[in-house]
Each structure stands twice: as structure tokens, then as C-alpha cells.
Write a protein that binds this ligand. Structure first.
Ligand code: ATP
Ligand code: MG
Ligand code: MG
Ligand code: MG
Length: 433
């Protein structure tokens, strides 16, 4: 009878049976009598055991000489094994080499982060990146599912644009025939047009910002979800945001138990963040809280990393900071009904020091006001003519938000640095590999 070729994730269904799996060798240890092979295949990890007394000499020799990251088919019987961290192991009875590996650079010894990211194309094969990027995949699928179930239309914003709604200092220019285009830093304005056509829309794609300082929370290329809802006020938008965050956290807790364990991320703690509603604190009160805790911050200034980290440690749950000063927010945010100095905005902050993961607002609906705001901010009216049209032809209340995918993964996976959350991170100092 032909031996079945399976994948490691299916191993639990084959206990007591002999199967064949295509694998890479992570590590190997043993004595002259037994060899323990740490194996991976992309779907999971397991151990293969080769016992010299049970196999012919050639197989044992081969096993003993396998090199790190060489690839082969391994055949053997599956056993349950409570001692191995993955619960199963294989008693190896055959190895068929596929690809040799000589001098693999990421050895079991400790390596510096710079070295690991110089080797990112290989480092991806190791357990920590594996776990984090599996969680990334779960979150991405969760985002599509959440918006689909909630009646949103996927609406793609362009990546090449001629406008700079969040300011020009962080833009990457690109030659575009005889003019300059910019890589999109947000799809925000475009999804507003989408909301006027389809009601509730979201985009989900790469965005680019020339962040000139290196922090643990900024990439120059990152993925953003812009959601926009016609006929919805800020409170309804906050409701969508917190339901989405709770849903995504719950999905990871339910579907990524192994990965969370590999990362040492406490699932119970994560589950505690699904309790709704999230607290809302005004910018005014957040500034007072910071001042009371010896921060030298004046009303009117945006929070930097230290302020965000403090606030995000103070609250034991995700929370919204609402109604930021108008002067530090984008031109399109809606005026407060009774105060001229703040806008109806909200940033969602993650606890444990992780900080901002969402920025959002209600949008102003008034043509003349927005035109004046563009002029005040020295933005080119010609580039925004189409945007102003949205206020000319049936302007309605609408609200939306932008979620940074990698920021959210960093928080859920409990990563110290955002570079861990994307396959090939781009930062001030890194464009390779
Ligand atoms: P920050 O204050 O941290 O610089 P921001 O206020 O400039 O962020 P927004 O313009 O509000 O960011 O963008 C929406 C979301 O995109 C942010 O809440 C964050 O999750 C994410 N984001 C912004 N800049 C970056 C970046 N450089 N790298 C990764 N994610 C980012
Ligand atoms: Mg920024
Ligand atoms: Mg911010
Ligand atoms: Mg923001």
C-alpha cells in the first residue's frame, strides 16, 4: 500500500500510522545511539526520532549528518508524546534527501537583531517570526470577515496619488510621466467618495510614510485599513471600531493558541480586552493626567511615544482618546458643536504601552468650511476639487477611521518592535532584503 504524504498540521489524525512528510531540519541533537530531529514543514513543527538499534546503519548515519535547513521526505510511524512540546513525534524509518544545506547562517546561538533582519529571508523560517506572521494572517482574514459580515464593501484606494492630506513631509515622491506622484499615505479621502456611493466601505492596502526617525512603532511601508460610513456619527463609528477590535482579538485567541504560546503571549489577558465598551477619555483629561504625572506637556500638542506609552500603561484595556485639538488634526475632521478648538476625533490606544492603533473622526460636511481649512493649511485647492464635490452634491454626516495593521499585530502578538510584524520590514535604515 502506498504511504500517505501528509502535512505536520494533520499529524494528530495519523497516530499509529506510517506517513511521509516533506520537511526541513531545524535542529538536531542526540548521542551515538539516538538522533532527535527538530522538523518543520510550514504548517507546524514536530520531532523525528531515529534510534540506531531500530534502523539500518545507513539511515542512522544519514540522520546524524543532516545539516540545518536541509530538506527531505521523512517517513515513519506517528506517536503521541506528551514530553515533546508539540505533542507528537515520528519514529523515523526512512529519509529521502531533497535539498542539501551547507553553512546555514542562523545557528542555534544568540544573534543580534540587525543580523537576523539582514537574514530576514531565512529568519522567516524560525519559530518567532512564524508565530507572529501566522497571527498576521489570522488578523487579515478576520478583517475581511468582519467587514463582510457587517455589510461593508471592499473599496480599493489608489496607491499613486497627487494629494498629501496629512502633510508633505512624510511623502515618497515618484516620477509619474511629466509630473510628480506620491505613494499613498492614507486612502482616507478616497473612501469618503466610496461611502457616498456604497454607504459603508473599507480599503485595505499598503501605505507609505517617510518616517525620518526610528521608533518601535513606525514603518515606512505599512498596511492600513480605512473604513468610512455614510450617515454615521462618531459614536456609531466608535461602536464599529470596538466591535472590530474585540472580534479580531477573540479570533486570534480562538485560532492561534499554539502561536500565542510560542510567543509567550497570555491569552487570558488578551481575552480581557474584548470587554466592551472601551473607555473614552477626552484629550483635555488625558493632558491633565499626564501633567499630574510630571509630563511637561502643554494643551495643544500631539502625544509622542512617551506620552502614549504612559497612557497605554495607565489604562488596563484599549481606550479612546477623543476630541483632539483642531490645530494638530487633519483638515477634514468635523468641528465640535460647542468648542472651536477641538474636533470630533478619536484615537484608539492599546494598553500595555502599545499606544495608538487607530485614528479616526467624524468628517465635516460643509463645503465653505472645508475649502477655508484647505486654504488655511496651504493645501492646493486644485488637488482637492473632487473631494470638495462630495460636499457639493448631497453632503451627509459620515465618519471613519484608519487602523494600522502592523500596530495592531504588534499589540496582539506582544512584540516589542513593529519590524517583527511584517514579512519584509521597511524602515529608515532598511530596504534590504
Ligand atoms: P503616530 O502618531 O503613531 O505617528 P499617526 O497619528 O501619524 O500615527 P494616522 O495618520 O492616524 O497615524 O494613521 C492611522 C493609523 O495608521 C495609526 O493609528 C497607526 O495605527 C498607523 N500608522 C501610522 N503611521 C504608521 C507607521 N509609520 N507605521 C506603522 N503604522 C502606522
Ligand atoms: Mg505619524
Ligand atoms: Mg498620532
Ligand atoms: Mg493618528
Amino acid at each position: 500500500e502506498e504511504i500517505k504524504v501528509i502535512r505536520i498540521e494533520d499529524v494528530p489524525h495519523f497516530v499509529g500510522q506510517t506517513v511521509k512528510i516533506g520537511v526541513w531540519l531545524r535542529q538536531k541533537r542526540g548521542s551515538g545511539k539516538i538522533a532527535f530531529l527538530q522538523l518543520r514543514d510550514g504548517t507546524g513543527f514536530m520531532q523525528g526520532v531515529v534510534v540506531s538499534a531500530d534502523v539500518d546503519e545507513a539511515l542512522f548515519k544519514l540522520a546524524e549528518h543532516l545539516k540545518q535547513e536541509s530538506s527531505f521526505y521523512v517517513t515513519g510511524e506517528i506517536h503521541e508524546d506528551s514530553r515533546s512540546s508539540f505533542g507528537y513525534e515520528m519514529a523515523v524509518s526512512a529519509i529521502d534527501m531533497v535539498g542539501e544545506s551547507e553553512g546555514y547562517p542562523i545557528t542555534p546561538k544568540e544573534h543580534g537583531t540587525d543580523f537576523l533582519f539582514d537574514q530576514r529571508h531565512l529568519y522567516l523560517r524560525h519559530q518567532k517570526p512564524y508565530a507572529t506572521l501566522k497571527i498576521r494572517d489570522e488578523i487579515i482574514r478576520g478583517i475581511y470577515d468582519f467587514f463582510y459580515q457587517d455589510g461593508f464593501l471592499k473599496f480599493d484606494s489608489p496607491i499613486l496619488t497627487d494629494s498629501a492630506p496629512e502633510g508633505t513631509t512624510e511623502l515618497f515622491p515618484v516620477d509619474y510621466f511629466d509630473q510628480t506622484a506620491y505613494l499613498s499615505q492614507t486612502g482616507q479621502l478616497y473612501v469618503e467618495a466610496g461611502a457616498m456611493a456604497f454607504g459603508k466601505v473599507y480599503d485595505f492596502g499598503p501605505t507609505f510614510r517617510a518616517e525620518k526617525s526610528s521608533t518601535r512603532r513606525h514603518l515606512t511601508e505599512f498596511w492600513m485599513i480605512d473604513a468610512e460610513m455614510a450617515w454615521m456619527h462618531q459614536e456609531q463609528s466608535l461602536d464599529v471600531q470596538e466591535r472590530m477590535i474585540a472580534y479580531l482579538i477573540q479570533r486570534v485567541v480562538d485560532n492561534c493558541q499554539t502561536e500565542l504560546e510560542m510567543l509567550g503571549r497570555d491569552a487570558d489577558k488578551l481575552r480581557s480586552y474584548t470587554k466592551l465598551p472601551f473607555p473614552r477619555v477626552s484629550y483635555d483629561d488625558a493632558v491633565k493626567l499626564l501633567q499630574d504625572n510630571d509630563f511637561d506637556i502643554k494643551w495643544g500638542v500631539d502625544f509622542g511615544s512617551p506620552e502614549e506609552t504612559f497612557l497605554a500603561n495607565y489604562y488596563k484595556t484599549p481606550f479612546f482618546v477623543v476630541n483632539f485639538p483642531k490645530a494638530i488634526k487633519a483638515f477634514y475632521m468635523k468641528r465640535h458643536p460647542t468648542r472651536d478648538d477641538v474636533v470630533i476625533s478619536a484615537d484608539l490606544m492599546a494598553p500595555e504601552g502599545y499606544g495608538e492603533i487607530i485614528g479616526g473622526s467624524e468628517r465635516d460636511t460643509d463645503y465653505d468650511y472645508l475649502k477655508q481649512r484647505l486654504i488655511d493649511q496651504h493645501l492646493d485647492l486644485k488637488e482637492y476639487d473632487w473631494y470638495l464635490d462630495l460636499r457639493k452634491y448631497g453632503s451627509v454626516p459620515h465618519s471613519g477611521f484608519g487602523l494600522g495593521l502592523e500596530r495592531f499585530i504588534r499589540f496582539v502578538a506582544g512584540e516589542d518592535h513593529i519590524r517583527e510584524t511584517i514579512p519584509f520590514p521597511r524602515t529608515l535604515n532598511r530596504l534590504h532584503p
